[in-house]
Design a protein around this ligand. Structure first.
Ligand SMILES: [Fe+2]
Length: 264
């Protein structure tokens, strides 16, 4: 296999494995529900909320990803206009639901504490701008089926900090969602304590084939200081993100401007 194109390791950074584990143990002891199958626990999001006591924060993403429509789009308020390769967000719906802001992620949840705070801080110092940030847990046997994130949407640059994993678990990249038996174009084990950026616009999957839980911190990021050679998503893209955020706020909070966000 030549140089990896879809998964890149951040150079000169290693996060303390012992402290990562301590953070996770402490988090798990605070949860008031059991993690089953797949759990998503927000660290930085757009609405805050008590993520430690709300089992509803758990989503069965495996099942969700199996719905054909979702293999190629994203849920929520965004509608993918495939013909024009655009993502349209109906802000009227956000207004009705009181979603003040989805695209400027600043709220730290109650899961944001301890060493994970240091991890996020040192990424920020490197010029890695975190937006939506969460912990993802796959129980043994669980994972994501093949899917990709819309290439023209912000959500394809996914940073991973593996906290607890097993060398047998691989993230695999493919050319297509549906070709039976296709060999992966690339496959990578994302090792504990390291930090990786993956290009989610390329079809990928991951299955926890081990017998222990796999925990990763994940974040949708902008790379403001060229840490990665994955060239998309620098300061220009971040400026555009902030501009979209402004349009969002104008309509949802003040009822001004366009009802639709054309998220190119
Ligand atoms: Fe993905």
């Amino acid at each position: 296999m030549g140089a990896a194109m879809y998964c890149e390791k951040l150079e000169n950074v290693v996060f303390d494995q012992k402290l990562l584990n301590e953070y996770l143990d402490s988090l798990l002891s605070r949860l008031t529900y059991n993690v089953k199958d797949v759990a998503i626990i927000d660290l930085i999001n757009y609405s805050g909320g008590d993520v430690l006591s709300k089992p509803s924060e758990q989503k069965n993403w495996s099942t969700w990803m199996d719905i054909p429509e979702f293999k190629r789009s994203r849920p929520g308020w965004a509608v993918i206009d495939r013909e024009r390769d655009r993502t349209i967000v109906d802000l009227e719906e956000c207004k009705a639901l009181g979603i003040l802001h989805q695209s400027l992620f600043q709220e730290r949840t109650s899961a944001f504490f301890g060493y994970i705070e240091n991890v996020c801080q040192s990424l920020s110092h490197r010029g890695i701008q975190l937006t939506h940030t969460w912990l993802a847990c796959f129980a043994p046997g669980r994972g994501y089926t093949r899917h990709y994130h819309a290439a023209r949407h912000d959500y394809f640059r996914v940073l991973h900090v593996p906290i607890r994993t097993d060398p047998s678990i691989k993230m695999r990249f493919f050319s297509d969602c549906d070709v039976e038996g296709e060999l992966p174009l690339e496959e990578h084990h994302l090792s504990q304590g390291d930090c990786f950026l993956i290009d989610g616009s390329v079809v990928h999957d991951v299955i926890n084939v081990s017998d222990r839980e796999r925990w990763h911190m994940c974040s949708i990021v902008y790379d403001l200081k060229d840490n990665f050679s994955l060239g998309k998503g620098g300061s220009e893209a971040f400026a555009s993100h902030r501009h979209q955020a402004e349009i969002w706020r104008n309509y949802v909070a003040n009822g001004q401007g366009s009802r639709f966000l054309d998220w190119k």
